[in-house]
Design a protein around this ligand. Sequence first.
Ligand code: RP5
Length: 167
Amino acid sequence: MSPKVSIIMGSTSDLPVMEKAARVLNDFEVPFQLLALSAHRTPAEVENFSKAAESQGLEVIIAAAGMAAHLPGVIAANTIVPVIGVPVSSSLQGVDALLSIVQMPPGIPVASVGIDAGMNAGLLAVQVLSLKDNNLKEKLRTYKSNLKDKIVKANEELKKVEYKFRV
Ligand code: RP5
């Protein structure tokens, strides 16, 4: 089984965030790889990885980094495989990483999820893959429907909370 998605993180200190992406891919039964590569500490390895990504069959790359988060952009510069960036809040509440990921120059897009939003990165990757996978489409529909059920149940619970002036 070869991976369809690669989860790359700048450091293993990013793992608590990226575990959420891994869990989503696992739940949707999407084969993925999980690697630590750093745009600053291992630039040659990042270049090798990104240049080989397409020929290795990767269809989406999720890249997470904190601080001056160049990892998603550097990967995107070296491949046509779509890159989803995850800004990690390792300093400045993650705003530094968010801006580093979002503000890519014209021609090198990186999709970004929110700060520490590993779960959404996993879901977005599944949605990209679902474009040519009906089985994943069905699983996504079920997932969304379960989200709706959660809010329906929440409203049932809220009805039980009493206030004198609640009408
Ligand atoms: C970034 O620097 C990593 O993505 C991490 O978020 C941050 C800190 O890395 P460590 O010093 O914890 O390895 O490159």
